[in-house]
Design a protein around this ligand. Sequence first.
Ligand code: EPZ
Length: 406
Amino acid sequence: MKKLVINGGVPLFGRVRVSGSKNAALPIIFSSLALRGISRIKGLADIGDVRVALDLIGCYGAKVKREGRDTLIDTTTLKYVSPPPELTSMLRASTYLMGASLIRFGRAELVNHGGCNFSARPIDMHLDALASHGAVIAGDVISGGRLVPSVVRFKKRSVGATVNALISAAGIEGESVIEGCALEPHIFVLVDYLRSAGASISFVGDRATVRGGELSGAEVSIPGDMIEAGSYVAASIASGGRVQVQGFDRSELSSFIEALGASGVSFEDGEDVVAYGKPARRFSVCAAPYPGFPTDLQPVVAPLMSFAGGCLKDEVWRERFGYLDGLGAFGLRSRALGDMREVFPSELHPARAYAPDLRGGFAMLLAALMADGESEIYNADVILRGYENITEKLSGLGAEISLCEM
Ligand code: EPZ
């Protein structure tokens, strides 16, 4: 287990470039199993979740080669194996194996999926999508037999279920329709990849029409990670500094910028995001599917509410507030208000605390950067799952931070 040691109270200045999006990369890596041939993925971040995903497809015989920032995946010859639980339990996105394996091998298994454990994380909609194509789910086994195109209507927005539905529809001969798709930017990176592999996919609003068939090796570029970008913007504000965050599409952070702007934080115009000033006013966020405020940045703004107070609500993961207990160790005061959480203006102090998950862990890191003195964050491995070179990037901005084995 690793720990981060942070000497807080130092304003951050300079420039930071975000890495390739984690949540765009994972569907691309797993969907590669449904393709036959050599694919080129540009700009994969070297983070824990990406490494586990590449190891997982390697278990099926996929050959992975790094060429600079490009990753080549050769899926010409694969062999079915049962998904190894010691790897699938390390990340939620291993559920994408279900759709990809069904297409490539005509069978799949229910995956002992892991990932951040902040809430119940059902997969009923993933299975409904596969079943609508004729897959039969008996116990832990999903059998393909003869898969057929279909119409899927999702009852709510789910990134993961949309990914599995797109992968399976793209690999089945004929026209499928998926209604109620998630519209997060990373969904459209997968769409580009599947198009490059031979599928025809068009969107009208949240309705996708997919003409699928045999999929071949493809090429895609992973865009900059909007959640990592928002995390560094928050770090800049938390520290009282002025950091230029670059390498991503600013429009993807509109709802985040709007919420912080309402609190009194200033933003420079331009392609990159430069935020300065502290939240002088109480502000509220309500996380919702894209283009709403991103749920993965909901924990990240909580420490910023220590300046003037605020209110948190999450319509994607209604119970994603467990991390607030950990922030309490740093002095952040909050209370439940029905399905919301009220955060009170609080004086933060250094603490020793255990990172509960990826974004909750980053929230602790922010609290540690704000508190004068030395803090330690244990179980930092969960933060490294999603943030590439985090100590190097923060040190480059002036933070006093180090990573060590416990
Ligand atoms: C993805 O998780 C992300 N993970 C999460 O990011 C992110 O929080 C989430 O999307 C929402 O944006 C990856 O991309 C690997 P969902 P996913 O299916 O796909 C309900 C991070 O910090 N639902 O969109 O698992 C579910 O309970 C991680 O980077 C069902 O009811 O999320 C939730 O309320 C954490 N049935 C809502 O849909 C289902 O079958 C949205 O979940 C599936 C989901």
